[in-house]
Design a protein. Structure first.
Length: 108
């Protein structure tokens, strides 16, 4: 499990980051925000981000369109084990009643 101290702020300077910033600038789920969300997910899929679901209390990212960076430990198990020892971006892409949908990849 990660702790709050493990969270590294995502500077959001790349194309995906700009889409996330644009999404967060719209306070409600308007048609424009839905379009930005679709573009974000398609972009992340094209960049080979993996999708998994998890609890927001485990990753400290809960709002759709928000992200953070984690330095994945070498002994990590589970969904993020493929990123052991690497700086990884974690993006919240969907919400549910009990868990969230996340996409993750090595941060460039």
């Amino acid at each position: 499990m990660f702790t709050k101290e493990d969270v590294i702020e995502d500077p959001c300077t790349d194309e995906a980051g700009q889409l996330m910033k644009a999404m967060l600038a719209i306070p409600t789920w308007t048609k424009a925000k839905h379009i930005l969300h679709k573009e974000l997910v398609e972009l992340l899929e094209s960049k080979k981000y993996i999708y998994f679901s998890g609890h927001s209390k485990d990753y400290f990212v809960s709002c759709v369109g928000t992200s953070c960076l984690y330095q994945i430990p070498h002994n990590r198990r589970g969904h993020l084990s493929v990123f052991r020892g690497k700086l990884t971006r974690l993006v919240c892409v969907s919400t549910g009643q009990y868990d969230r949908g996340y996409m993750a990849a090595v941060y460039p």
